[in-house]
Design a protein around this ligand. Structure first.
Ligand code: SAM
Length: 275
């Protein structure tokens, strides 16, 4: 049977490789190159600019760990903002909670449209009446809106192209102004195996902005290094102490034990005192 292959380099000499049944979609949008492949091992795979964003097989590792530590640490989350997340996975997880509303701000409308068609398991959340979908640059949205949120989730791509600004100090300072008192931010922060210096520098400015600026970890098999780092940011909520009891049903990865262990960092990622 004819197959097609694609690979993503995580370093100049290593990465991930797929032998796919076929490429079902390819388009250059005004922001990035989008591709969708059909694979036997991982189901459908979404690539943006050649980087694996999400696969049907392992997306739940990432989306559950980006969303539920923040949602479950907050005593009563009502209004949620998601920056990025155009594949719909983070929004699906947010809507498992009894919230008032979730605003998703995605810069590229084509990501939403294409994921709606090829990733129904992720994008079905777009039709939920509590969801408000905004097509805009997240950096511009948070500077122009006067709305405030209990939870803000940054589900951006890696710091390249339109996503670069979502990893900078000024963006987090602006995000903080959009948080209600007692609010929580969770953001995908990168690969501890390959981006350690970037993570250390980022933690320094995050610690200047928030009383609690904590990294936590979770596996994502198809991301660089297979282990992913997230940032938990708040001025009042300590996720190691504040944890609501009842997690949503039908989760495949997150639970209270996973929550607690995620904040126990390995030696190489521990918060070293400034030299
Ligand atoms: N889970 C993936 C990961 O960790 O690599 C990212 C998921 S999602 C596909 C990333 C989304 O962020 C993309 O759809 C991209 O278009 C969007 N994005 C990038 N820069 C953005 C910006 N400045 N404002 C809003 N969305 C942005």
């Amino acid at each position: 049977m004819k197959t097609t292959e694609f690979r993503e380099f995580h370093t100049p000499t290593s990465g991930i490789f797929f032998r796919a049944k076929r490429r079902v979609f390819s388009e250059k949008t005004p922001f990035q190159k989008m591709e969708v492949y059909e694979t036997a091992s991982h189901g459908r795979v979404l690539l943006l600019d050649g980087l694996v964003q999400t696969t049907e097989k392992d997306e739940f590792f990432y989306h559950e760990m980006l969303v539920h530590p923040a949602m479950m640490s907050h005593p009563r989350p009502r209004d949620v903002l998601i920056i990025g997340g155009g594949d719909g996975g983070a929004l699906r997880e947010v809507l498992r909670h009894l919230i008032r509303g979730a605003v998703l701000v995605e810069i590229d409308a084509r990501v939403i449209e294409v994921c709606w068609k090829y990733f129904p398991g992720l994008a079905a959340s777009f039709g939920d009446k509590r969801a408000e979908i905004v097509v805009d640059d997240g950096n511009r949205f948070i500077r122009e809106t006067d709305r405030r949120f209990d939870i803000i989730l940054v589900d951006s791509s890696d710091p390249v192209g339109p996503s670069a600004v979502l990893h900078q100090q000024a963006f987090y300072a602006a995000l903080k102004r959009r948080l209600r008192p007692g609010g929580v931010i969770a953001a995908q922060a990168g690969a501890p195996l390959f981006h350690l210096e970037h993570l250390r520098k980022k933690r320094l400015f995050l610690q200047r902005l928030f009383s609690f600026a904590l990294y936590y970890l979770g596996p994502v098999p198809t991301y660089p290094g297979g282990l992913w780092c997230y940032a938990f940011l708040s001025d009042r909520v300590d996720p190691r102490k504040s944890l609501r009891k009842k997690a949503p049903k039908k989760l495949k990865y997150y639970n209270s034990d996973v929550h607690r262990s995620a904040f126990a960092l390995p030696e190489f990622l521990k918060d070293r005192p400034l030299r």
